[in-house]
Design a protein around this ligand. Sequence first.
Ligand SMILES: [Zn+2]
Length: 207
Amino acid sequence: MQHSPKIRRLVALLSRLPGVGEKTAQRYVLHLLTADPQVAKDLGGELTTLHEELRPCDRCGNIAEVSKGAAAGEAVSCDICRDPKRDPRLLCVVGRVHDLMAIERTGAMRGRYFVLGRLLSPLEGIGPEELPVPRLTARIRDEGITEIIVATPPSVDGEATALLLKRELSSLGVAMTRIASGVPHGGDLEYADPITMGRALSGRQAL
Ligand SMILES: [Zn+2]
């Protein structure tokens, strides 16, 4: 089996996914070979259209479904941005889409989101100018946002990012809070259970 170039190619591709090592990748390939052939076909079909059908929401950066027949450059918006029941004055700023999903799982977030896409990281050479602060500022002004919840992770980079946001946004006159430290320091919001995450959200403190 190891000598089949096709298996080698598939294992190499699957091994590039986070958390998938060579052994796991090989297990996936062997499973797909022995399972109902339709599974491999469906998987292939969904992957082929992944980037055409899903794109970052132009307003918040969450994942959005591209509506059928939409033009290539047409703006897309996600379910949360389109949800009329969300509080239009409350905005939660997160580092990545994973974090947005972790917060959504709590069901406790009434507002909408802004995904930064990256955190300030002096060690990795990511400076303030590489964060979309001008876009965030424009959104706060345009939408009349009155409260910002900073939900960056409780890591060195997450804290540095929160302080940068405080400095950059303080002149806008918005109330700013930071999620409480219910999530372990250095921990990933993605892996926090909904109860812990919900407590971190409800126990947020002034930034
Ligand atoms: Zn959105």
